[in-house]
Design a protein around this ligand. Structure first.
Ligand code: NAP
Length: 760
């Protein structure tokens, strides 16, 4: 046991560590081992006496020797961090000094050749050789650049072979973890292939580009005017040429393969430029534009918003990302104020999905405005890109889709990743059931638990071949080349997604496909098909269409989402002197309960400029502050306002008298138990209320500020932000990260309108 001041340190992992090659990587390793108390003593081996003196002077090693066998004597761990090409010679030189049972490991950037060299050089010690590679670095080299924190929050790849003792691998893993690194494991050859693509090729390209330009006659001019893009791309050409020379030689086979693939890509680009082929150019660039975030999300099986927050890094750290560093903001809203202005809230999510699907299958170019850049709709967008559709944007809600026609989709190269979006997976299952190619749909951990048989079953009855995973959950695999037949389906449950999947399958079926629903559900698919010129026959609870038609591209302004507008409807109603116009809000009759309820409470909301947008009714909503009164909410309106109750509860807290909601048990199984979480928040502000199993009674009046937990429920967070307009003290709302998924830019828009909101 080591005693350090008052702290009792546990036994160090190793007694004596020998670091051979005390440069950036070796020096940082020694410094990190020292700082984290991972060894009793640390000794260095180097060709140069000066390097050893420097290491001792810096305090990162205790002693050193130029004789490598002497340096490793008595060590129970040896870390070799010389250039890769020197490893064979170095390992042979140090071998005579190795103790029995010693673990040897390394930090070389290439693994296949190092493993071969170790096998040849180490004899019996090879069984405890654990090849490794820290994915961390700097542009500086030498011991003076050593940094005890270099590996913290970075990845280290270990590449044990079949011959490696697992106990040795486990101890090396523990050592790196003790330095704060995250350890991954893979086979040496796979490591070399992955690194060739993600690190070695980009470095080669940077060296090559800078060299090519520097050779030109007017290179001084070129470098004088070099813009940010050039500087960003070529920064890694400042890395150590000696080390990279070594890496390119030692990883020759994998690098040549990566270079070959890259040359093919460049040829495709060259051809597109030569032929002025805009479709091909836009296809390459729009896919590349979003590929990084997409693949990071896909690999991590995480959300797109997390992947988008990843920052780029350079040098030998090309594979690193900072997905662990995402933050969860808190809203702090000062009391009082009023809302003013013309406020465009984000587009409707359901319609954003469908705009991409139908725009892709249409003939011609569809211009979409008001697209919701939330991650669910982005998953749909990426899926169509993966099937060869050129989609520009989204930029500020604008998307341009170069439709390929009903039969123009191409087989994706990999499974289509739907993130967390159930809508994408269910609707695409229908739409892809009638394609000529096979396809697999996957999702994140939470989507992978959701039932998919409800869409697969009716589609199978149409002739589709679909398999689902365990218990009918994702992945969904669809076999192409089936001929579908139209049929009639009586929906066993009210579900807009199942209805839509069957109708979208029906686009590819012979004859008529019809669906009857037991209760009305959102009818955005039927309406938007109509907007794209595809006839949908509707008769009471039944919708029907015939296969074999075509969709015609056009302009589509996705209506603003009434669920997002609801916060401003309430905010402007409760804050004296407010006047707000919310343009182009969707007023589909299955969604307008919030307007009816607020009007019953006395709100001053006018629907102006009512019109049709791609089959959907829309209007500009004009709201003026008005005194509200408590009401008993009619149960018939409950399903039509189910997502808007958190905002309506805030209106109730500001109304005179009691507002009573019953028959809303569904609120308990939304993103959170919305009755209880809202009740807890109201209690924190001092609003009187009584909770029922299926609803709540709220007594309006004056209330104070306080701390509210949103439990990650975006609608609860935004509702309490609006409550501050009438509170007597500031309201702090925790756990607001999910606001961005349904309402990107909420804080900016609300602040612009007059809410005193700060994001912390
Ligand atoms: P560095 O700072 O230049 O250090 C290299 C060390 O190796 C120096 O101590 C040098 O000793 C010694 N050395 C050089 N040639 C040698 C030879 N022929 N025989 C014996 N010793 C020799 O380089 P580094 O950045 O630490 O790289 C070390 C290893 O880590 C390399 O295998 C590299 O691939 C790998 N790596 C580097 C990075 C990075 O970004 N830099 C990242 C991950 C992995 P003297 O002091 O005696 O010259």
């Amino acid at each position: 046991m080591q005693i350090n001041g008052n702290a009792v340190m546990s036994e160090p992992l190793f007694n004596r560590i020998a670091v051979i090659g005390l440069g950036l990587i070796g020096g940082s390793f020694a410094a990190a081992a020292r700082e984290n108390g991972l060894a009793r003593s640390i000794v260095a081996g180097s060709r140069s006496a000066r390097t050893l003196e420097q290491g001792i002077a810096l305090g990162i090693v205790d002693s050193g020797s130029q004789d490598l066998a002497e340096a490793v004597a008595g060590a129970d761990l040896v870390f070799v961090s010389t250039p890769v090409s020197a490893m064979g010679t170095v390992l042979s030189a140090l071998k005579p000094g190795l103790s029995n049972g010693v673990i040897v490991t390394d930090g070389g950037s290439v693994k296949g050749n190092v493993v071969n060299a170790a096998r040849d050089a180490l004899g019996a010690h090879y069984a405890r050789f654990v090849p490794g590679h820290p994915i961390a670095g700097k542009e500086k080299s030498g011991v003076s650049a050593a940094d005890a924190k270099l590996y913290r929050d970075h990845r280290v790849i270990l590449t044990p072979t079949d011959a490696t003792d697992p106990a040795a691998t486990a101890r090396v893993r523990a050592l790196w973890t003790g330095m704060g690194a995250e350890v991954l494991q893979m086979a040496p050859d796979y490591h070399d292939q992955v690194l060739a693509e993600t690190s070695h090729l980009p470095h080669l390209l940077a060296f090559s580009l800078v060299d090519t330009l520097a050779r030109q006659g007017d290179s001084t001019e070129i470098f004088r005017y070099a813009a940010g893009g050039f500087r960003d791309f070529t920064r890694i050409a400042s890395s150590d040429p000696v080390m990279w020379h070594d890496i390119f030689r030692e990883n020759k086979a994998a690098l040549l393969q990566a270079l070959g693939q890259f040359s093919d890509g460049i040829d495709r680009f060259r051809q597109a430029v030569e032929n002025e082929d805009s479709d091909a150019l836009m296809g390459i660039m729009t896919r590349a534009n979003t590929a990084r975030a997409h693949f990071l999300a896909m690999n991590g099986r995480t959300s797109y918003t997390r992947a988008h927050s990843v920052q780029s890094v350079g040098d030998d750290t090309t594979m690193t990302d900072n997905t662990h560093a995402t933050t969860n903001p808190t809203f702090v809203v000062a009391p009082g104020g009023q809302l003013q202005g013309r406020l465009r809230v984000p587009g409707d999510k359901s319609m954003s999905h469908r705009s991409i699907m139908l725009g892709s299958l249409a003939e011609g170019v569809t211009q979409v405005e008001g697209f919701l850049e939330g991650e669910d709709a982005l998953a749909t967008l990426q899926a169509f890109r993966d099937m060869g559709v050129v989609i520009e944007g989204p930029h500020n809600g604008q998307v341009t889709i170069h439709g390929v026609g009903l039969h123009g989709l191409k087989a994706p190269e990999k499974a289509l990743y739907m993130g967390n979006s159930g809508t994408s997976m269910r609707l695409l299952t229908g739409l892809l059931a009638g394609q000529s190619f096979d396809v697999e749909l996957t999702g994140d951990a939470s989507l992978s638990k959701r039932p998919m048989e409800r869409v697969a079953k009716p589609l199978r009855e149409m002739g589709a071949q679909i398999t689902t995973g365990t218990d009918g959950r994702p992945p969904v695999r669809i076999r192409g080349g089936q001929s579908l037949k139209g049929f009639h389906y009586d929906l066993p449950m009210a579900s807009a997604q199942v209805k839509s999947a069957v109708l979208l399958g029906g686009l590819y079926a012979d004859g008529e496909t019809s669906v009857t629903e037991p209760a009305p559900t959102r009818d955005h698919t039927e309406r938007m098909l109509g907007g794209f010129g595809y006839e949908v026959r509707r008769d009471g609870a039944t919708s029907a269409l015939s296969g074999g038609g075509k969709l015609t591209a056009g302009k589509l302004e996705v209506p603003a989402d009434i669920s997002s507008a609801a916060f401003f409807l309430v905010g402007a109603s409760i804050a004296a002197n407010s006047e707000v116009t919310l343009p182009h809000v969707g007023i589909n009759p299955t969604r307008t309960g919030v307007i009816d309820i607020l009007k019953l409470m006395g709100a001053d909301i006018r629907l102006e400029n009512q019109r049709d947008a791609g089959g959907e009714p829309v209007a500009d909503l004009v709201v003026n502050a008005a005194p509200l009164k408590g009401i008993e909410i009619p149960e018939a309106l409950v399903p039509l306002a189910i997502d808007e109750f958190p905002a309506i509860f805030i209106a109730a807290a500001c109304a005179q008298g009691d507002t009573i909601l019953r028959g809303a048990e569904e609120l308990r199984v939304k993103e959170s138990d919305r009755i209880q979480v809202m009740a807890d928040g109201l209690a924190a502000l001092g609003v009187s209320h009584q909770v029922f199993d299926d609803g709540i009674r709220i007594t309006g009046g004056e209330f104070g500020g306080g701390e509210v937990q949103s439990h990650g429920d975006h609608r609860i967070a935004m509702s309490f932000a609006m409550a501050a307009l009438r509170a007597t003290g500031p309201i702090t709302i925790h756990d607001c990260a999910n606001v961005a998924t349904s309402f990107p830019g909420f804080a900016q828009l609300a602040t612009h309108a007059g809410l005193k909101l700060e994001v912390k």
